[in-house]
Design a protein around this ligand. Structure first.
Ligand SMILES: [Zn+2]
Length: 149
């Protein structure tokens, strides 16, 4: 039987992860953040569209600013805030799940995720990916998870 993951459990786990890195901002391709090793590429055909060579970057897996669960996609070092959580849950095959939604990955590891917890996970990931700090992303996810009042 699947283990049920509640919003309360998810909040507690993320509170612990985020409190150590409240101001952490995930490197953004367009910010020319020195941590990001993506190289901007110019393509005459695609004037106005930014493209990046992401092959040497430990933080990105494509030219669309998509975050990685694990740095460089193959190691055991977590990158994204949700990657930290999945490693805490003991997922050892995360590299097979890059770019997959958190709920899909939890389902594949035998977890049933409460709808409010799903909203929390999607919201914290999406805020982080848009360049909000982990602290801000956590607050936004709390609001989103609880839904319209
Ligand atoms: Zn990058």
């Amino acid at each position: 039987m699947d283990k049920l993951l509640t919003l309360e459990e998810v909040i507690e786990a993320f509170d612990n992860i985020v409190k150590d890195n409240v101001d952490f901002i995930y490197p953004q391709q367009e910010d020319q953040d020195p941590r990001c090793k993506c190289v901007e590429q110019y393509d005459e055909e695609d004037e106005g569209i930014e493209r990046y060579d992401y092959s040497d970057c430990p933080w990105h897996m494509n030219d669309d600013n998509t975050c990685l669960y694990l740095k460089d996609g193959t190691s055991t070092a977590p990158a994204c805030v949700v990657g930290h959580y999945f490693l805490e849950l003991g997922f050892s095959d995360l590299y097979n799940f890059e770019a997959k939604a958190p709920t899909f990955i939890l389902d594949a590891h035998g977890y049933e995720v409460e709808p409010r917890a799903q909203r929390f996970l999607n919201a914290i990931q999406s805020s982080q990916d848009q360049g909000y700090s982990w602290g801000e992303s956590f607050e936004q996810a709390l609001i989103d998870a609880k839904g319209p009042q």
